[in-house]
Design a protein around this ligand. Structure first.
Ligand SMILES: Cc1cc2nc3c(=O)[nH]c(=O)nc-3n(C[C@H](O)[C@H](O)[C@H](O)COP(=O)(O)OP(=O)(O)OC[C@H]3O[C@@H](n4cnc5c(N)ncnc54)[C@H](O)[C@@H]3O)c2cc1C
Length: 408
């Protein structure tokens, strides 16, 4: 089998052109690597996940994309306001550095174009199979979007990256570990849409993410996407959707019952998007790195999205994965750089997981402590600055408290 002709052989093939895939491809292409993105959908396309953290802004600035984000009139985000049960309490945690709320159709398009500007290659189509030589992944078999006879094509690479998000291509193909759903969150459902002219706070505060919660795992988001359109979603146990009988009835139930302040903000406002639902959305894949392959972003881990970590963690993991791949290509050491990548992902994902778990156990304390002497650390954690080897004292405190709770 000849795997070396220039048209079907790449250094790296990336499955999926979402924030993770496009960011990785941009870093690799910028460093002179021959990298290909294969993306199933025609961009721009709808995607959920519209609020970025401060750490994501850092990556956007590295690529000089700040002015593009502003030209698209993405609302500048300076923090997150959390409004408690019955709207009787609230707290605000600023971001570490200013960032944006985004329409994902436009944002993902910006990132994909950025990768192409850096000389990444792109093909539209769906990866259907993974090619192996023994246990080593050596390429993919994909169905080009424009193939009249639905003819599959084989492409080869030194390395294959799964950035396919919830499609979990490498896990579903039995190459990465199984997708294991998290008992604490898996029976939840999110029902979401967009409203025109929903009531925002005055001034800059109105550009921020507002979260509303009531009882455990019942919450809602309110994320401004443009000067007049706001993304609104309600999250609830799946049995509530079933009891409501339809997505629109569940949305109506959530808007009415989760929090009076949310009710006030959307009452009588025009809905300008279809109502969508996502179920069973917290999971983990392990292992997520192997011989000739790795996973980034949602392709290996997804956690309760309450603090909007998803797209930003995917981009941060993409940056770390690019470092590992570049080191491996330069040194021929295909082990140590990936061990570092695994450790970094595990640190970040478990920190995010514990912050969210702590919030749900002690939401009122969380708000109180976030205003106290550990405020800066809470800001770092909610900005997804979670990959440091040195565990922040605030995170240590959360973990100690959770451990005591678990032992009770
Ligand atoms: C209810 C909810 C609310 C959320 N809110 C937020 C939020 O406010 N902020 C935030 O940052 N995140 C949020 N998220 C999370 C966010 O959506 C994801 O974490 C983020 O999109 C992950 O990026 P990714 O690049 O890993 O995957 P994706 O963005 O999902 O990109 C994967 C890409 O792979 C492509 N693909 C899939 N299969 C194939 C295939 N076989 N061949 C080729 N291409 C393929 C897809 O078309 C897609 O474009 C939320 C998620 C949910 C469920």
């Amino acid at each position: 089998m000849n795997t070396t002709n220039a048209t079907n052989h790449y250094d790296v093939i990336v499955i999926g052109g979402g924030p993770g895939g496009s960011t990785l491809a941009a870093y690799l292409a910028q460093a002179g690597v021959r990298v290909l993105i294969i993306e199933k959908e025609a961009f721009p396309r709808y995607h959920i996940g519209e609020s970025l953290t401060g750490m994501a802004a850092g990556i956007l600035h590295e690529f000089g994309l700040g002015p593009t984000m502003d030209e698209l009139h993405f609302p500048p985000k300076s923090g997150v306001k959390v409004i408690g049960q019955e709207a009787k309490s609230e707290f605000f945690v600023p971001v570490l550095q200013p960032t944006w709320q985004v329409r994902r159709d436009q944002f993902d398009d910006v990132l994909l174009k950025n990768a192409l500007t850096m000389s990444a290659h792109y093909r539209r189509g769906t990866v259907k199979e993974i090619l192996r030589d023994g246990d080593k992944v050596i390429g993919v078999c994909y169905l080009p979007a424009d193939s009249p006879q639905a003819a599959m094509q084989e492409l080869y690479a030194e390395y294959v990256v799964d950035a396919s998000g919830r499609a979990n291509v490498l896990a579903r193909q039995g190459i990465a570990g199984e997708v294991v759903y998290d008992d604490q969150y898996s029976r939840q459902v999110a029902v979401f849409t967009q409203f025109k002219d929903a009531l925002r706070d005055p001034g800059d505060m109105g550009n921020n993410t507002f979260l509303f919660y009531s009882e455990l795992h019942h919450w809602a988001w309110f994320i401004p996407l443009s000067p007049d359109v706001t993304s609104v979603g309600v999250v609830m146990p799946a049995h509530r959707l079933k009891a409501a009988g339809s997505a629109s009835a569940a949305l109506a139930w959530g808007l009415e019952n989760i929090n009076p302040d949310l009710r006030r903000r959307v009452a009588g406002r025009e809905r300008v998007e279809e109502i969508r639902t996502i179920t069973n959305y917290s999971y983990k894949v392990d292992p997520f790195v192997g011989n000739g392959w790795l996973c980034i972003g949602d392709a290996h881990r997804f956690i309760d999205p309450i603090f909007s970590f998803g797209a930003s963690l995917a981009m941060l993991e993409a940056k770390a994965a690019s470092r590992a791949i570049l080191t491996a290509l330069a040194t021929g050491d295909w082990t140590a750089p990936f061990a570092e990548y695994i450790a970094l992902c595990n640190r970040g994902q478990s920190a995010a997981y514990d912050v969210i778990r702590y919030f749900w156990k002690y939401p009122v304390f969380f708000g109180y402590q976030s205003r106290g002497k550990q405020r800066k650390e809470f800001m770092r954690l909610l900005s997804s600055d979670v990959h440091d080897e040195q565990e922040l004292p605030a995170l240590q405190m959360m973990r100690r408290t959770l451990q005591k709770f678990d032992q009770q």
